[in-house]
Design a protein around this ligand. Structure first.
Ligand SMILES: Cc1cc2nc3c(=O)[nH]c(=O)nc-3n(C[C@H](O)[C@H](O)[C@H](O)COP(=O)(O)OP(=O)(O)OC[C@H]3O[C@@H](n4cnc5c(N)ncnc54)[C@H](O)[C@@H]3O)c2cc1C
Length: 373
């Protein structure tokens, strides 16, 4: 605590964004408390945990993680609704499947090693403002708060910040007793009936096979029928000996950044700030990046704290092109059309841009990749 008895920073939520923020802030010399409602950060996950290689670089900044925590995935096989498929590759590019429960636990260790006061099993329930800081229920006075508490952030609601309003809902099963063909690939399935607005997926992860799907949530929580999807995959994969060992599920915000993301002595990061690709629904990389950027911004702001109002913010991606493509996908998703296009060069090119190039045609890597063919 500072001389005034306050922590410099309270981070709410110990997942990718919160751990990155707390660890970097502690390394910058701040006194940081990180709270997480779960007693085990690796429990009840709501992510598939596939990371792009840029996200792996962000994780590596936090510490050198054991190779057993990851498994490279070197390509994609994209299936139409009738299960015809096309293989997609981008030379040199890969994703990483992660042992996400243990990766989360390892991330918490990095925060503790950096000097963060980590309090698992601690729920953020509310806070009141006071001069020069905030008094947080069950925690006490702090100088700054970061909301890294996910898509329906309580921190955002407490401080009247922007809220996520558009979501996918994703459900996934972890299975044993299954080994997929082409284990080096992520298998992705277009099916408007089962995965409206998104896709289904299957891949051999680290020690388990993961099968899941996500769909647009329009009116409350529409049903996402994982059992029907698994039954469909039984037509092409041998799932006879499968055993479900765990389930993961959660909301994925896809409306772009919330507004505002910051207020007096409070800042949102990761899913709480809406920093998820509206198209791919990948949010781990932006969660890590925004957490780290927030730590730098807050350390700088607190160094000039004169005890009055104190605001700081971070640059966030606006996802303008991806939001447009998301609207187009929502409007025109058609199994018949995708089935017809599946083996044409056009769909393969579009899919390679989505899967392998975060900045689409704006990235030099995308042009190199496309011109190579
Ligand atoms: C089914 C599914 C699959 C996904 N798959 C991928 C993928 O493969 N790759 C990818 O890049 N992205 C994926 N995403 C998105 C990705 O998981 C998120 O973007 C990422 O986890 C965001 O990290 P975060 O730290 O911002 O928030 P979260 O991971 O949502 O973490 C928020 C944390 O805050 C805690 N918390 C919430 N409220 C409180 C409170 N009041 N008090 C204390 N703690 C609280 C929660 O317990 C949680 O630990 C997926 C999402 C879902 C739902």
């Amino acid at each position: 605590m500072t001389a005034a008895g306050r922590a410099d920073l309270l981070v709410v939520g110990a997942s990718f964004a919160g751990v990155a923020c707390a660890t970097e802030a502690a390394r910058a010399g701040l006194r940081v408390i990180l709270i997480e409602r779960k007693t085990d950060a690796g429990d009840k996950l709501h992510t598939t945990g596939i990371v792009v290689k840029e996200a792996a670089d962000e994780i590596e900044r936090l510490g050198h993680f054991a190779p057993e925590l990851i498994r490279p995935i070197r390509g994609v096989r994209l299936y139409g609704s009738r299960l015809a498929s096309v293989a997609l590759d981008s030379p040199g590019y890969f994703f990483l499947a992660t042992d996400t429960p243990n990766l989360m636990r390892w991330l918490i260790e990095q925060a503790i090693n950096a000097g963060v006061d980590v309090r698992l099993g601690t729920l953020f329930t509310g806070a009141q403002r006071e001069t020069g800081g905030v008094v947080v229920d069950n925690i006490g006075p702090v100088r700054f708060i970061v909301g890294a508490d996910g898509p329906t952030s309580k921190v955002a609601r407490t401080f009247n910040l922007g809220l996520n309003r558009e979501f996918l809902f994703g459900v996934e099963a972890e299975l044993t007793g299954v080994s997929l063909p082409e284990p080096e690939r992520l298998h992705c399935f277009l099916d408007r009936r089962l995965a409206r607005g998104y896709i289904g997926w299957a891949f051999d992860g680290v020690g388990v096979t993961q099968i899941g799907l996500a769909a647009r949530q329009r009116h409350g929580r529409d049903k996402v029928d994982l059992d029907a999807f698994i039954a469909k995959l039984g037509q092409i994969f041998d799932l006879a000996s499968m055993k479900v060992v765990a389930r993961r599920a959660g909301l994925i915000p896809i409306g772009g950044p919330v507004d505002p993301i910051a207020g007096d002595r409070v800042l949102l990061v990761g899913d709480a700030a809406g920093l998820v690709s509206p198209l791919t629904a990948g949010g781990i990389h932006t969660a890590l990046e925004s957490g780290r950027a927030a730590a730098v911004a807050i350390a700088t702001a607190l160094a000039h704290d004169s005890g009055g109002a104190l605001s700081t913010t971070i640059d966030v991606p606006q996802f303008a092109a991806k939001r447009l493509l998301r609207k187009a996908f929502d409007l025109f998703q058609s199994d018949r059309l995708f089935d017809a296009l599946l083996n044409t060069g056009a769909l393969a090119i579009a899919a390679r841009l989505v899967y392998f190039h975060r900045r689409g045609l704006l990235s030099a890597g995308a042009w190199r990749d496309l011109l190579r063919r």
